[in-house]
Design a protein around this ligand. Structure first.
Ligand SMILES: C[S@@+](CC[C@H](N)C(=O)[O-])C[C@H]1O[C@@H](n2cnc3c(N)ncnc32)[C@H](O)[C@@H]1O
Length: 211
C-alpha cells in the first residue's frame, strides 16, 4: 500500500493545515455521532460500491472497515496526517486501499476511470466544491455511480440562519462549512443528482449522482 503524492496546494493549504492539526483528535471528537449515526450510514453506503472505486477525502479511514472484501479502492486526501491514520486502519482491514495525497479539485487521475466514487462528509470542506464535483464528473465512468454522505444547510429558516452565523467558526476551528448547499453544488458541477435522501432532519443526507 503505497502513499503517492499529487497535491497541488495553494487554495487548499489552509484546509490541509487544519486537518493536519486536528488529525490526532478527529476520531475522538466524532466518536459519539459516529456510534449514534454515521457507522450504520457508512455500512449501507459501502454495500453499494462495485468495480473500480475512488474514495475522495478518506480522512482517518473510517470507511475502510466497511468496504466489501476484495474491493479495488484508490483513496485520496490532501492531509498527510489524516491519511497516516487511514494507513493504520488499513493494516487491520480485509480491504486495503491504495492511498494517495491528492487535491479533490485537481485529481491526477484519468478521465472516466472509476465505476464508483465515494465521499463522506468531504464537500463541506473542499474549498471550491463545484470544481471538486466537476472533477468527479471527469473521472467517473459514464455509467458509474457517485455515492455521498453530506451535511448541508437546513432549509428551515431559523436553523439555516443559525448555520450561516456559526459557519465562520466551524471553518476556522475544524475546517468544514455547515451552510453549504451541496445538493445544488452537485448540479452546478455538471453532475446529475439522482437521489437525495434525508437521514437526519433535512441536514444529513445520502446523495447519489451520475456523471
Ligand atoms: C470532515 S473530514 C471527513 C473524513 C472522512 N471522509 C470521514 O467520513 O470521516 C474531510 C476530509 O476531506 C479532506 N479534504 C478537504 N479538502 C480536500 C481537498 N481539496 N482534496 C482532498 N481532500 C480534502 C480533509 O483533509 C479531511 O480528511
Amino acid at each position: 500500500m503505497g502513499v503517492v503524492s499529487h497535491v497541488n496546494s495553494s487554495a487548499t493549504d489552509a484546509t490541509k493545515r487544519r486537518y493536519n492539526r486536528i488529525s490526532r483528535i478527529y476520531d475522538i471528537i466524532e466518536k459519539p455521532i459516529e456510534v449514534a449515526f454515521f457507522r450504520s450510514w457508512r455500512k449501507d453506503l459501502l454495500r453499494m460500491v462495485n468495480g473500480r472505486v475512488l474514495e475522495v477525502g478518506i480522512g482517518t479511514g473510517k470507511n475502510i472497515p466497511y468496504y466489501p472484501e476484495g474491493a479495488s479502492v484508490l483513496a485520496v486526501d490532501i492531509s498527510q496526517k489524516m491519511m497516516e491514520r487511514a494507513k493504520k486502519k488499513a493494516t487491520r482491514a480485509t480491504t486495503k486501499p491504495t492511498l494517495a495525497l491528492m487535491d479533490a479539485e485537481n485529481l491526477a487521475l484519468k478521465d472516466h476511470s472509476f465505476d464508483t466514487i465515494v465521499a463522506t462528509f468531504v464537500y463541506c470542506s473542499v474549498p471550491d466544491a463545484v470544481k471538486g464535483f466537476q472533477e468527479l464528473k471527469r473521472v467517473c465512468k459514464k455509467d458509474g455511480m457517485i455515492l455521498l454522505l453530506e451535511h448541508v444547510r437546513s432549509k428551515q429558516p431559523l436553523l439555516g440562519k443559525l448555520m450561516d452565523v456559526l459557519n465562520p467558526l466551524t471553518v476556522r476551528v475544524a475546517g468544514f462549512n455547515i451552510n453549504r448547499e451541496t445538493e445544488r453544488n452537485i448540479e452546478r458541477g455538471g453532475l446529475k443528482l439522482i437521489l437525495e435522501k434525508d437521514l437526519k432532519g433535512d441536514v444529513f443526507k445520502l446523495l447519489m449522482a451520475r456523471a
